[in-house]
Design a protein around this ligand. Structure first.
Ligand SMILES: [Ca+2]
Length: 530
């Protein structure tokens, strides 16, 4: 065959080859064959098609009702000490929305977030979650395993994301059109780590009630525990008194926002003094606080300070967060009062001092903080320069509850204010990073305020259609029935009742400039220069 004829033949065949191969490529690799992928440092343990219906991802879990999907179980080992388990759930091509979603964890986690994966899958997403590189919520995993601490701090989510995108590509025959990350609490911390460290991973990120200022937050847990326990380690404020304190704080400050609705809109404006609840004549009744209890509550409000310089190490918890609900998690109980030792004391024992017998009473607020911020500088996600994420077109939606009893919302607001300052002002920051505050909402949900809202749809509109969210409509339910709706306004705007109509209906509220913005506010960003 002459060379010229061969070239002509190839040219003639090209369109045919193109037509013949394109559909085959788009069909992707069958589920079971995904186990043969050879992604570096990743081992795929199994890949199995799961039929629609009840499904339990673990032998002990309650079955979830799910649509059909391909379940991929894998492990990433970026270091010889790493053991990062993750899963990718992929809808069949006809059910896939063309997008990928990574989901976050809670606390120190050590478990794949199956419920969050299920939510994403039901929306048509290919979803992924990781155990962050260890099993269980106990921080002992870090003892003698510095690489596992790094895996937890930021590496696991990034590697899960990179590998999962490839798994999805191979399954569907093409990359996802958009990638989203959704997380609250530790998941909010992970969300900000991704935006700051790996700006290319996600097009859109939801950071809820972010525990991102993790070192200082842990110092605050330590301080708060010491402030609320007697010398024998017994808690000094019972739950009913926490609830009574919330009731008194709300009674004192509810009306500051112009509407008596059982919600303190902005607790920074509330100066309720718990001494108002001081028991008369040295008694200790359920409806009042002893002098020691008053002192403890004040310390939690004021937050931890450097005893030598007076510098605020971390903000206190907001008035209205003491004990607004029956559950331990809806009060100061879960993270401050109830633990038998300071919450997350493992950070000092296992991550920092490598001494399982470390005595929290030996804490040096100044030197130990400086040491922690040097040695564990990779742990918090408090970088204020978000240029890389903005430049690549990323969108970040952050929210938090004004009555969060776990992660003080004042710190979240202070972080956002600090980013605004670094990024050239509010307008330039809003182009890619928006904050929404939920008055009366607890940690990630719950509370007397409206606390359910569809942040992901708002983010999708922003990323895919360029429609930036100005407000989110939130609802509050009692026994599964919606009894109040309200807009969560684009910070620093606040929702104000228009003066007519039902004050439990969002339509009767407007987002307006904060009328009290000139009033003194007690927040400053803590966390050094990063
Ligand atoms: Ca109010």
């Amino acid at each position: 065959m002459s060379r010229r004829f061969a070239a002509a033949l190839v040219a003639a065949m090209l369109p045919v080859i193109g037509q013949a191969t394109t559909p085959a490529a788009a069909a992707g690799t069958s589920c079971a064959n995904l186990a043969a992928l050879t992604i570096p440092n990743v081992t795929i343990k199994s890949a199995n098609p799961i039929a629609a219906g009840p499904f339990s991802p673990t032998s002990t879990g309650t079955p979830m009702t799910l649509p059909a999907f391909c379940r991929v179980e894998a492990t990433a080992r970026p270091t010889s000490d790493s053991d990062i388990k993750f899963e990718v759930w992929i809808p069949p091509a006809e059910a896939w929305n063309g997008k990928f979603q990574g989901v976050g964890n809670g606390g120190y986690s050590g478990a794949i977030s199956y419920a969050a994966m299920a939510n994403g899958l039901r929306r048509g997403y290919a979803v992924a979650s990781t155990d962050t590189g260890h099993v269980g919520d106990d921080m002992k995993f870090g003892q003698g395993h510095p690489e596992k601490v790094i895996d937890y701090a930021y590496r696991s989510i990034h590697l899960m994301t990179e590998a999962s995108k490839l798994v999805v590509r191979n399954a569907q025959g093409k990359f996802a059109e958009h990638a989203y990350f959704v997380g609250c609490s530790a998941g909010g911390h992970q969300a900000l780590q991704e935006a700051q460290r790996y700006p290319d991973d996600y097009d859109g990120i939801v950071a809820g009630d972010p525990a991102n200022n993790r070192i200082r937050q842990t110092f605050a847990f330590l301080y708060s525990w010491i402030a609320t326990h007697d010398k024998d380690g017994n808690p000094i404020i019972p739950q009913n008194k926490l609830a009574a304190t919330t009731s008194a704080a709300v009674a004192a400050c509810d009306g500051l926002d112009g509407l008596k609705d059982g919600i303190i809109d902005d607790p920074r404006r509330c100066t309720f003094d718990p001494a108002k609840l001081l028991c008369k004549n040295g008694t200790d009744e359920a409806s009042c606080l002893s002098a020691a209890q008053v002192d403890a509550v004040k310390k939690i409000y004021e937050g931890v300070k450097n005893p030598r310089t007076g510098e605020q190490i971390f903000t206190g918890w907001p008035r209205g967060s003491e004990g607004f609900g029956e559950a331990a998690g809806q009060s100061w109980r879960a993270y401050i009062m109830d633990p038998p030792e300071p919450m997350r004391v493992g950070l000092f024992k296992y991550f920092l001092f490598h001494d399982p017998n470390w005595d929290y009473r030996t804490i040096d607020w100044e030197r130990d903080l400086a040491y922690a911020e040097q040695k564990l500088a990779f742990l918090p996600a408090i970088e204020r320069d978000m240029s890389a994420f903005k430049k690549r077109g990323g969108k970040l939606l952050m929210y938090t509850g004004w009555a969060d009893p776990v992660v003080p919302p004042q710190d979240t607001v202070a972080y956002y204010d600090a980013v605004v300052k670094t990024m050239g002002g509010l307008e330039k920051t809003r182009e890619f990073f928006r904050l929404f505050l939920a008055p009366g909402m607890g940690h990630c949900s719950g509370g007397p305020g409206p606390n359910q809202f569809d942040h992901l749809t708002a983010l999708e509109q922003w990323v895919e259609k360029g429609i930036a969210p100005d407000k989110l409509i939130a609802s509050h339910s009692t026994n599964g029935k919606v009894d109040r709706t309200r807009p969560l306004c684009l910070y620093p705007q606040v929702a104000r009742w228009k003066g007519t109509g039902n004050s439990d209906e969002a339509a009767n509220f407007a987002c307006v400039a904060d009328p009290g913005a000139a009033a003194p506010r007690r927040t400053t960003a803590t966390g050094g220069t990063k």
